[in-house]
Ligand binder design. Structure first.
Ligand code: SF4
Length: 226
């Protein structure tokens, strides 16, 4: 299986009834007024970025009116304004903004996925939904492992999902379990003996960026370390 095949398969997943209802109801009757005339994706968001990238970003989930509308991770929402501007400053993105899926933005050396691939109500997936979506991250990591250098976990959900998944895959994870924090790091060892560095960052959600909990300088610093 290739990364392109994985992307195609994930976009038709319907394994979580509550999330299928939510993503599709937002996409039909629940559109934000300012986007009412736009088509909505209303499906799981596939990974964005080249296969074989040495850096994998693991976010939380698509935003209901962001990637659930545009079909591309962090595209068309405030979180995307932050992450793509920072990735552009760090040399990973060809442009600093990301409005819609056909805007010409390309990533270089980095691929973005989420721990949960469908938009959840209040951005809060249940424990069962996180577990149901975990095999997609598992497969993503299997495909990425041969060339992977670093994983950037956005928020504690991305951090925990990554650690849980790699442990299941037989990677060696330090004990006690590494704690999430902005700038936290952990060295992971794959079954092939490769070392992959896990780096934590506060999520680029508005509640962090509007309040100043996450600044551009803080984000630039973790991206420069990848
Ligand atoms: Fe499938 Fe994941 Fe979406 Fe659940 S959250 S329906 S497992 S893609």
């Amino acid at each position: 299986q290739t990364t392109a095949e994985l992307d195609a398969m994930v976009t038709v997943c319907r394994a979580c009834p509550r999330l299928v209802d939510w993503r599709e109801s937002v996409a039909t009757t629940g559109r934000r007024a300012s986007f009412a005339a736009q088509p909505y994706w209303g499906r799981p968001a596939a990974g964005f970025g080249p296969a074989g990238a040495p850096v994998l970003v693991v976010g939380l989930a698509p935003a209901a009116n962001g990637a659930n509308r545009t079909g591309r991770m962090f595209t068309g929402d405030r979180s995307g304004d932050w992450i793509y501007a920072a990735l552009h400053r760090g040399g990973f993105a060809t442009q600093a903004s990301s409005e819609h899926a056909g805007d010409g933005l390309e990533l270089q050396g980095i691929r973005i996925v989420s721990a949960v691939r469908c938009a959840p109500p209040q951005n809060k997936p249940t424990t069962a939904e996180k577990a149901t979506c975990a095999p997609w991250l598992h497969r993503e990591l299997e495909l990425a492992e041969p060339t992977l250098r670093s994983i950037l976990a956005l928020g504690s959900i991305g951090w925990d999902a990554t650690l849980r998944t790699v442990r299941e895959m037989g990677w060696v994870v330090p004990r006690p379990k590494p704690k999430f924090g902005h700038g936290a790091t952990a060295e992971l060892t794959t079954p092939h003996g490769r070392t992959v560095r896990l780096v934590g960052s506060y999520h680029v959600s508005q509640q962090n960026t509007f309040t100043g909990k996450l600044t551009e300088a803080m984000l630039d610093e973790v991206i420069a370390s990848l």
